[in-house]
Ligand binder design. Structure first.
Ligand SMILES: Nc1ncnc2c1ncn2[C@@H]1O[C@H](COP(=O)(O)OP(=O)(O)O)[C@@H](O)[C@H]1O
Ligand SMILES: [Mg+2]
Length: 409
C-alpha cells in the first residue's frame, strides 16, 4: 500500500506516543494497518489494534488488514473468530475490543493502535493499555475523529503538546486525498456547521450550553401556504403525560415548514388526536412518535401507537429511537447547514417550539440534554426531532463513501 503524503508524514514520526486527529475517511484506519505491518517486520512482535466493540473491530479493520497481509504473503495462520493473525516470522497481530476488558488484561505488546479513540473509555488507555507497553517499551498510536471537548480524546490531544514522548498530527478529510471535493460539499449541505467542522475538518467543538445553536430568528417565518389545501400533515409527537406535545407541518422540497404546535397538560393520546383532527380535519396524518409508545401508554391499556393507528394515523417510527445526538444533529443541520441554508421554517405562532429551541441546554460538560425541572425544554424538541430525523436524518455508514443516506417518504 502506498501511503498518501500526510499518512507518510505520520508514519515517519518515530515518537513513542502519536495522536492522529483527522476527519472522516482521511485514511486513519489504512494508516493503522500500515503501522501494524511495519512493526511486524521484526520477528516475534506482538501488536494490537483496539476498538470499542467487537463489531467495530471486525467491520472496520479486519478485512483490509487480512487483504494487505495476504498480498504481502506474510500470513502463517488466521483465527477468524478471535481476530488474530500469526505471521511467518512469528509476529502476531491481535484485533480486539475494549468491551471485554478482562480478556485484554495482562498481555505484553510492542505496539498498540487505539482506533476511533473517542469511542473508547479513557480508562482503557490508562489502566489497561499503558501497563501492557511498560515492559516492552512499546509504542502506541491514538487515532480518531473529534467528539467534542468533553471527551478524553480531546484531553489527550491537548496534553500531548506538553509531554516529551508525545506528538500529535491533525488533518482534514480533504487533506487525506480519498474523498472528492464534491462529496465534501455534499456533507456541508447535510451537516450543521459544528458537526461539519468536527467530522470533516477535525476540529474539536465545544458542546456546552445551548443545544440548538443553529437556530436563529431567521428560522421563524410566517407560513404562506393555505393549510386547508394540504393533503398530508406531518406530525412529530412526544408522549409525556404532562405536557403531551406535538408539532405539525408539511414538506416543501428539501424544506420542512412547521405550521402549528400543540401542548396539552395532564392529557392522553386520545385528546391529542381529537385536537389535531379538530384543527386540521380530513388530512392524511403521518405521525412520527417516540418509539417507546409501542409498549406503554400514557393513559390506557392500549399502546399509544395502537391508538394512533386505530385513528387513521400512519406511523413512521423505528423499533428504537435514533440516538439523542443524531436527532439533535439532524435538527441543527436543518435549522442551518454548514452552507448557511435554513431549511426548517417555523411559523411565529409556534411559541413553545421557539422557546424550547432557544432555551434547551446541555448539562455542563456533557452532551446530555437537561430534562428535568424548570430547565426541561425538551418536549417540543423531542417531537420536532422525531419528525426531522425520520425525514432528514443522516444514517452514517462507516463503510464506503463518506457515507450517509437520507430517508424520505
Ligand atoms: N494508503 C492508501 N492507499 C489506498 N487507499 C487508501 C489509502 N488510505 C486510505 N485509502 C482509501 O480511503 C478510504 C478511507 O480510509 P480509512 O482508513 O477507512 O479512513 P478513516 O479511518 O480515516 O475513516 C479507504 O477505504 C480506502 O479506499
Ligand atoms: Mg477508520
Amino acid at each position: 500500500m502506498k501511503l498518501s503524503k500526510p499518512q507518510q508524514v505520520i508514519s515517519n514520526d518515530s515518537t513513542r506516543f502519536r495522536i492522529i486527529v483527522a476527519g472522516r475517511r482521511f485514511g486513519k484506519t489504512m494508516l493503522a494497518i500500515n503501522e501494524l505491518a511495519k512493526h511486524c517486520v521484526k520477528p516475534k512482535q506482538r501488536v494490537l489494534a483496539l476498538y470499542s466493540t467487537f463489531g467495530q473491530a471486525r467491520n472496520t479493520i479486519w478485512p483490509d488488514l487480512l487483504d494487505k497481509l495476504y498480498d504481502k504473503n506474510w500470513i502463517k495462520k488466521v483465527n477468524q473468530s478471535e481476530l488474530t493473525i500469526t505471521l511467518k516470522n512469528d509476529s502476531k497481530i491481535f484485533v480486539k475490543s475494549a468491551d471485554n476488558r478482562e480478556a485484554l488484561r495482562g498481555s505484553r505488546y510492542d505496539f498498540i493502535v487505539l482506533d476511533e479513540c473517542a469511542d473508547l473509555h479513557k480508562d482503557v488507555w490508562t489502566t489497561i493499555c499503558r501497563p501492557m507497553l511498560a515492559d516492552s517499551g512499546g509504542h502506541a498510536m491514538f487515532i480518531g475523529t473529534p467528539k467534542g471537548k468533553g471527551n478524553w480524546f480531546y484531553d489527550l490531544f491537548v496534553k500531548s503538546g506538553a509531554e516529551q514522548e508525545w506528538n500529535s498530527h491533525s488533518y482534514t478529510t480533504l487533506a487525506g486525498g480519498w474523498v472528492t471535493v464534491e462529496e465534501i460539499e455534499s456533507a456541508r449541505r447535510d451537516l450543521d456547521e459544528r458537526e461539519f467542522k468536527q467530522e470533516f475538518e477535525a476540529e474539536f467543538q465545544d458542546y456546552s450550553g445551548v443545544i440548538y445553536f443553529s437556530f436563529s430568528e431567521d428560522n421563524i417565518q410566517p407560513n404562506t401556504f393555505p393549510v386547508e389545501q394540504l393533503r398530508t400533515l406531518h406530525i412529530g409527537m412526544d408522549f409525556n403525560n404532562s405536557p403531551m406535545s406535538a408539532v405539525m407541518g408539511y414538506m416543501n422540497g428539501n424544506k420542512l415548514n412547521i405550521v402549528d404546535e400543540i401542548e396539552i397538560y395532564q392529557s392522553n393520546t386520545y385528546e391529542m388526536i381529537q385536537e389535531i383532527k379538530r384543527r386540521y380535519p380530513n388530512k392524511n396524518y403521518v405521525c412520527y412518535p417516540d418509539s417507546s409508545g409501542s409498549f406503554k401508554s400514557t393513559n390506557s391499556n392500549v399502546s399509544d401507537h395502537t391508538i394512533l393507528a386505530n385513528n387513521g394515523f400512519k406511523l413512521v417510527v423505528g423499533k428504537t429511537n435514533p440516538s439523542v445526538i443524531d436527532r439533535i444533529n439532524a435538527v441543527n443541520s436543518l435549522l442551518c447547514n454548514a452552507n448557511g441554508e435554513r431549511n426548517l421554517l417555523i411559523d411565529p405562532k409556534c411559541k413553545k417550539t421557539r422557546e424550547c429551541l432557544i432555551k434547551h441546554t446541555y448539562k455542563p460538560g456533557t452532551r446530555q440534554p437537561h430534562k428535568e425541572g424548570n430547565t426541561d425544554f425538551s418536549h417540543m424538541n423531542d417531537s420536532l426531532g422525531y419528525l426531522v430525523w425520520q425525514n432528514f436524518g443522516i444514517k452514517r455508514d462507516l463503510g464506503k463513501g463518506y457515507g450517509h443516506t437520507r430517508r424520505s417518504l
